[in-house]
Write a protein that binds this ligand. Structure first.
Ligand code: SAH
Ligand code: SF4
Ligand code: F3S
Length: 444
């Protein structure tokens, strides 16, 4: 140990779940930095451990419970360790987490991100019982929270918090509360700051970005996209997630005319049977979704289209599942994120009859992925010989000499390093070997 002068403290931050959780964690790390913590990847050497958790599926929770168990031993060896749980599981479980695992020192809910600094400071000065604050409340996150961004090229920028949609399978509206949009000037200021720091790609975040601004009426999502597109230094604008029920023609038009808005539409359909869509409370039906895809493809012909799908929703019959496979073959997504339905207590679907057996779900997921993988490969194969503009991210994880980056359509591209490429540049790569999940090519 050093001589004690300005001894840095170390924080381990584990992040689970979606991009919103990554973004929240960046705001938590920002606060910890002002208290003198720097990040460590080694839990055993940490002075503070924070798990920012997810509860969207049971598997996400299982991972966190496993980690909480591991940390028990670390805490026993180092009783001064401060251990906290934040995020969606913290919101859902509250005090119950501490009853289950008394080595937890604090639990902060999703609406308490900005309270981290005060909580940690309090625990540092006097260790008096655990702190639990999971009041969901109705106030949006304050604007002045410091941010420690984890990416180097790509910055996450939340534009709204919460969700009002209550899809019947989903826990998010219960643990994230109602929708709140940030003011457009606050979003633009954050984007300007990120661009000035060298971030090239901005991803705007919300559970349903298409309903941005419905509360404050200061700007619509389409208007916000164009404002962000105009910020100097921004090379790429992405956004997620877009609910098909209210993707407006104005947004499609913004993507078409924007200078840097990526031609990629992530439009989770969830299922391909109208009966199941109704039971899911997804509001749109296949016909409306189809015509939306037609409008997108007419306006932005080179756009990629991706989706989320759930198999094994209660009541899903072999016939419903067949309709889902047919719909995939009809729409031909570039890629799909596929999930086994996971029962979330407190949601309407959890108590629906005819829950589907695990073995059936798994078998259907397998068939679904086979169909989708074939389509993904065919879609990528069509890009053979084309030259793609790729944001160069740097050497790939497995081979220093192979570089990686993404196309505007969000496809991963790999190429053998030539030496003239720099991280953050938009480079041109000719696709020579398209595969299911990556495009291999040559730098031009
Ligand atoms: N707000 C986004 C999705 C956020 S959750 C949207 O509406 O598109 C990300 C994905 O997790 C969802 O699209 C859905 O496919 C999946 N998901 C949500 N709840 C689930 C559950 N109970 N079981 C399995 N998958 C679920
Ligand atoms: Fe969940 Fe539906 Fe809200 Fe997405 S829109 S977060 S799936 S309730
Ligand atoms: Fe998970 Fe919460 Fe995101 S439940 S998916 S971390 S909003």
């Amino acid at each position: 140990m050093g001589n004690g002068i300005l001894q840095k403290k170390r924080a381990f931050i584990g992040v689970y779940g979606c991009q919103m959780n990554i973004s929240d964690a960046e705001r938590m790390e920002g606060q910890l930095a002002t208290l003198g913590y720097e990040r460590t990847e080694d839990m055993a050497r940490a002075d503070l451990i924070l798990l920012n958790t997810c509860c969207v599926r049971e598997t996400a929770e299982d991972k966190v419970y496993g980690k909480i168990g591991e940390i028990k031993h670390i805490k026993r060896a180092n009783p001064a360790l401060i251990f906290g749980i934040t995020g969606c599981m913290a919101q859902k479980e509250g005090e119950a987490l501490i009853r289950r695992a008394p080595h937890i020192d604090f639990v902060l809910g999703t609406n308490k991100v900005h309270e981290l600094k005060a909580t940690v400071r309090q625990l540092e000065s006097a260790r008096r019982g655990p702190v639990v604050d999971v009041l969901l409340g109705d106030a949006p996150l304050p604007e002045n929270v410091p941010i420690e961004r984890t990416g180097r090229l790509s910055a996450w920028v939340p534009i709204m918090y919460g969700c009002n949609n209550f899809c019947t399978y989903c826990i998010v509206p219960y643990v994230r509360g109602r929708e709140h949009s940030r003011r457009p000037e606050d979003v633009v200021r954050e984007v300007e700051e990120a661009a000035a720091q060298g971030f090239k790609e901005i991803t705007l975040l919300g559970q349903n970005v298409n309903s941005y601004g419905r509360d404050h009426k200061l700007a619509s999502f389409a208007e916000l996209l164009l404002m962000v597109d105009a910020v100097k230094g921004v090379e790429r604008v992405r956004y997620m997630t877009s609910h098909p029920k209210d993707l407006s023609d104005a947004v499609i038009d913004a993507v078409r005319q924007g200078r840097h808005i990526c031609p990629h539409f992530h439009l989770p359909v969830q299922h391909g049977s109208d009966r199941i869509l109704r039971a899911m409370n997804r509001v749109y039906r296949k016909d409306a979704y189809r015509s939306l895809v037609e409008r997108i493809r007419a306006a932005v012909p080179d756009a990629s289209l991706t989706t989320d799908l759930i198999v094994g929703f209660p009541g899903e019959t072999e016939e419903d599942f067949g309709e889902l496979l047919d719909f995939l073959r009809e729409i031909r997504y570039d890629a799909a994120y596929t999930f086994l339905y996971s029962k979330r207590s407190g949601t309407p679907a959890a108590t629906m009859e005819a829950q589907v057996e695990d073995s059936v779900k798994k078998e259907r997921l397998h068939r679904l992925m086979e169909v989708q993988n074939e389509i993904s490969l065919e879609k990528n194969a069509a890009l053979k010989g084309t030259v793609q503009e790729v944001l160069a991210e740097g050497p790939s994880r497995t081979d220093e000499d192979v570089w990686t980056g993404r196309t505007g359509t969000n496809k991963i591209v790999l190429w053998r390093k030539k030496g003239q490429e720099t991280e953050g540049d938009i480079v041109r790569v000719r696709i020579t070997q398209p595969q299911t999940w990556v495009l291999k090519g040559e730098l031009q």
